[in-house]
Ligand binder design. Structure first.
Ligand code: NAD
Length: 476
């Protein structure tokens, strides 16, 4: 049922062989389903050496050659989506349809990078003097190290790998030890698609030990991390002290602004499944719902009605709409937000507690009338909890939405063009989605501002973090 897990170094899959191993647990059943080998110091050195060696060749590969590998990865991902998805559900917990959907959507990311890498252009700048040629070249930055999270284990890793591989870089990925099957599957996909040995390497271990070792290595020139703000700041500080380039895709606390003039039924219909998708463990999950006074009661009723029909269960059950939290530790973490809200006089309208029995299940939770300084309205909950509060005017709600240091995604619902424009212009976020939920497509940039990080993944910006600019001036 569950695959054998491995390291992938210099084109070889490496298993136990005396290495330290970690149990992998199914979050829906608490059963141990696999053993993950950790990389030894010698394995990390081997991965660094392989990535450095492979860079000498891969940086000279033609964009057409890179494009071919990425296209083949896309084809293979589609073919294997059912199996890979099933394994993601087993180790991460999300419903099977979401897991399979993640893999299928990611084949588009591979295709997009296959197309865009053929358009990594430089430019010619007209010279002041006769006989001088001025060229701007864009070259691969070198060996990259990526640290990817457990909430979208396939998506978050493939974006970084495709960007590195498409740009002509090599990469070492430390995937999420909590939900590792997706990254092992990715190594197999790239291997089978013909990627030369050493261009992609996958390692596992104690996260801070691996990241510290790789970032400090002089071989590594660029770091990409997706995860919490706290860890992102630590990694960026270390990378900064060594003058290494970073892409940081960190947490968010997305406001949703529902105006009086919005189509409330449509808004609730879109927002409820989106809120509870992946049990709310999504960096762009809608979390702070600001609803204008005139629409508040009707929107809350509509939201509650739909929340009550979210079926919670094992992700392998076809009827399940929301699976367990991915790790045991997340259950008390999410409950802490509810406790704080109750202590501050808020009302729990739905859920509010873990579900009994095995697995890390938490009820879909809706909390109303919270103070703005409650934890739920201030810190990222990363769980199936929605906080609903009232607002009066657009100016007021913009100030409240923007008051946090986060700046990843923001959503708004209104039928007024004036409101829509004011919100699109006024919201401090890397991504703003109005009257629908249109983020994270291969062809659109994905990334945050403020404490939510810097750098974009996807869109035509996708290679910017993996290229350096070289200016050449030549007198003939
Ligand atoms: P965490 O901060 O301990 O870990 C987050 C991720 O970073 C995990 O994948 C972990 O393995 C990795 N990590 C932790 N320390 C690391 C280090 N020193 N070097 C390299 N990688 C490291 O939090 P958690 O309990 O696993 O997850 C909950 C929090 O993580 C949430 O509050 C959320 O903010 C954040 N998160 C964000 C995303 C995202 O998509 N932006 C994804 C997953 C988790």
């Amino acid at each position: 049922m569950y695959p054998t897990l491995s390291l992938y170094i210099d084109g070889r899959f490496l298993h136990g062989d005396g290495r330290k191993v970690q149990d992998i647990v199914n979050p829906a059943t608490d059963e141990v389903i696999g053993k993950l080998p950790h990389a030894s110091r010698a394995d990390l050195d081997a991965a660094l050496a392989a990535a450095e060696r492979a860079f000498a060749g891969w940086k000279k590969s033609s964009p057409i050659e890179r494009s071919k590998v990425l296209r083949r990865v896309a084809e293979l991902a589609r073919e294997r989506a059912q199996d890979i998805g099933r394994h993601i559900t087993l180790d991460q917990g999300k419903p099977l349809a979401e897991s399979v959907g993640e893999v299928v959507a990611c084949s588009e990311h591979a295709e997009w990078h296959a197309e865009e890498c053929r358009r990594i252009y430089g430019r010619v700048i007209p010279a002041r003097a006769d006989g001088v040629r001025q060229l701007v070249l864009r070259e691969p930055i070198g060996v990259c190290a990526a640290f990817t999270p457990w909430n979208f284990p396939f998506n978050q890793a493939i974006r970084k790998i495709c960007a590195a591989v498409g740009a002509g870089c090599t990469i070492i990925v430390k995937g999420p030890e909590d939900a590792p099957s997706a990254v092992v599957a990715l190594a197999q996909l790239f291997h089978d698609a013909g990627l030369p040995a050493g261009v992609l390497n996958v390692v596992w271990g104690v996260p801070h030990e691996v990241s510290d070792y790789l970032i400090k290595s002089p071989v590594v020139r660029k770091i990409s991390f997706t995860g919490s703000v706290a860890v992102g700041k630590q990694l960026a500080a270390l990378a900064g002290s060594l003058m290494k380039r970073c892409t940081m895709e960190l947490g968010g606390h997305a406001p949703v602004i529902v105006c009086d003039d919005a189509d409330l039924e449509l808004a609730a219909k879109m927002l409820v499944p989106f809120k509870f998708r992946n049990a709310g463990q999504v960096c762009v999950s809608p979390t702070r719902f600001y609803v204008q006074e005139g629409a508040y009661d009707r929107f809350v009723a509509e939201f509650l009605k739909r929340t009550e029909s979210v079926k919670v269960g094992d992700g392998l059950d076809a009827a399940t709409k929301m699976g367990p939290l991915a790790q045991k530790r997340r259950v008390p973490a999410v409950a802490g937000f509810v406790d704080d809200a109750l202590a501050r006089g808020a009302t729990v309208l739905a859920g509010g507690a873990p579900l009994p029995g095995s697995g890390n299940f938490f009820a879909p939770t809706v909390i109303a009338d919270l103070p703005d300084d409650s934890r739920l309205m201030t810190e990222e909950p990363f769980g199936p909890v929605a906080g609903l509060v009232r607002f009066r005017s657009v100016d007021e709600v913009l100030a409240r939405a923007n008051r946090l240091p986060y700046g990843l995604a923001a959503y708004a619902f209104t039928t007024s063009t004036k409101n829509a424009t004011a919100l699109a212009n006024g919201l401090e976020a890397g991504m703003v989605s109005i009257n629908h939920l249109g983020l994270a497509l291969a062809e659109t940039p994905f990334g945050g501002i403020k404490d939510s990080g810097y750098g974009s993944e996807g869109g035509s910006e996708t290679f910017d973090g993996y290229l350096v600019t070289k200016f050449v001036t030549q007198l003939n």
